[in-house]
Design a protein around this ligand. Structure first.
Ligand code: AMP
Length: 441
């Protein structure tokens, strides 16, 4: 016999967000909009985390787990949102759940989709999810054989987490061999004990985000980001130099195809593997001539796509996060999405993604506040309260408007008002969707 218990509305007043970047600040900003929320703690947060209503920084030790649980009880936390992949891969979600906290962020088994690229590829193969061909490689000699046999240069990836730096897209077989050697020589530590070689595929990339409760999901607006450091999408890969949302590339028909061939089979395969995935599932897709293919999964919100998407969502967002954490989605939820588009430009420190200085004073002048946000990505406050640079990516400048030309006009106008020694940003973010954009030669 089965009982249908009524769904109980749980208290949702105090939120803890784990993480320290622009992503976490934008999540806090979107969550504070809901009037039922009383307090949002960010641990550790950064120099810009307390500028939004209800937001407070707190230093919680996530390694000393007993202490963490005590603190969460004292703070009367109703929902924990885990931002970055490292604590998810380390099993922080599992531990908090075992101690009866509602957590948005998968357990370690679900995070494996991100922390092992070979596991993710095998997962896709098993579930017939479109992705490029691949080889899981344990030694340089084995890699040599595969690389020499292949017609074109292959993409080379360290299997484990490498902060987005463990992927090489070589132009020649020599570069391929070099990249494989670099990984096996220990550049990424344990993350590089296994290498994944992949057939190189081509096409524009799009980001899809599904908020999952283990069984059902709610999709967020689509996005596209710019990974390369320099204009014209040249230079080294970075964590992301800017983004825009939604992307017109993903039409209703294409989204239907992505849902049928990729999103649903992914969720079904997770369930088949008994993985109760409660958190955001990110699909990094390439739209190839033979249809959409998965480049990678992430077990967290992408940065800067998150900063770009959050301002488009209405106040129901946090209630959906709670439902996901409780495994309680009905499948009929719809987050209200503003009838606007959004764009984000990242201001970085000179030298990023390589060596850069920190501790440089940031001056912010007269900012247009209408539908504009500045989410701090890497900043800290001096003892006297002065805002200083604290990372490679320093500030996320985000704007919304009726069209992308208006969005980026405002964003770049605001950027003129922001200064720190060595500030660098791309002027061509969103070039694909800016009608008035003219390429500088
Ligand atoms: P990943 O960290 O796996 O998303 O890879 C970083 C970037 O490398 C992607 O955003 C793509 O631009 C590129 N890339 C990764 N895998 C492939 C592939 N199989 N073919 C072509 N480009 C790829």
């Amino acid at each position: 016999m089965s009982f249908n218990f009524p769904k109980i509305n749980k208290k949702l007043e105090n939120i803890l967000i784990i993480g320290s970047g622009g992503r976490e600040n934008s999540l806090a900003w979107a969550i504070q909009k809901n009037e039922i929320i009383k307090k949002i703690y960010l641990s550790p947060g950064n120099g810009g985390s307390e500028k939004f209503k209800k937001c407070k920084r707190i230093e919680l030790d996530i390694i000393d787990k007993k202490d963490l649980i005590n603190n969460l009880k004292i703070l009367d936390i109703d929902l924990v949102v885990i931002g970055p992949e490292i604590p998810l891969a380390a099993g922080l979600g599992d531990y908090l759940r075992k101690n009866d906290f509602d957590v948005f962020g998968p357990n370690q088994d679900g995070a494996r989709l991100e922390y092992s690229k070979s596991w993710a590829k095998e997962f896709m193969k098993k579930a017939n999810i479109p992705t490029s061909n691949f080889w899981k490689i344990d030694s340089f000699e084995e890699a040599q054989k595969v690389i020499n046999r292949s017609k074109d240069p292959l993409v080379v990836k360290a299997d484990g987490l490498a902060s987005g730096k463990g992927v090489f897209v070589p132009k020649s077989k020599d570069e391929c061999l070099q990249a494989t050697k670099t990984i096996f020589n220990g550049k990424f530590g344990e993350s590089g004990q296994v290498v994944v070689l992949e057939e190189k595929i081509q096409g524009p990339e799009v980001s899809i985000f599904a908020l999952c409760d283990g069984e059902k999901y709610v999709l967020l607006p689509t996005a596209q980001d710019h990974k390369r450091l320099n204009e014209n999408d040249e230079g080294p890969n970075t964590g992301g130099m800017g983004a825009y949302s939604p992307t017109p590339l993903v039409t209703t028909n294409l989204l239907r195809e992505i849902t049928k061939d990729i999103i649903k089979p992914t969720i079904d395969e997770l369930r088949r593997k008994n993985i109760d995935y409660r958190g955001v599932l990110y699909f990094g897709l390439m739209i190839t001539q033979s249809g959409p293919k998965v480049i990678e999964y992430n077990c967290r919100f992408g940065d800067p796509e998150c900063q770009t998407i959050m301002p488009l969502l209405d106040e129901s967002f946090v209630t959906i996060l709670q439902k996901c954490a409780m495994g309680n989605l009905t499948g009929n939820e719809k987050i209200g999405i503003a009838n606007k588009v959004s764009g984000c430009v990242i201001a970085t420190s000179k030298g990023y993604p390589h060596e850069y200085k920190t501790g440089l004073p940031i001056k912010i002048g007269n900012i247009d506040q209408t539908d504009c946000q500045i989410f701090d990505s890497g900043t800290f406050l001096s003892k006297s309260g002065e805002l200083l640079t604290g990372g490679g990516r320093v500030l996320s400048i985000v704007c919304q408007d009726k069209n992308f030309d208006m969005v980026f006009k405002k964003a770049y106008k605001n950027l003129k008002e922001i200064n720190f020694d060595g500030i660098y940003f791309r002027n061509d973010i969103g070039h694909q969707v800016r009608k008035n954009f003219t390429k500088r030669i």
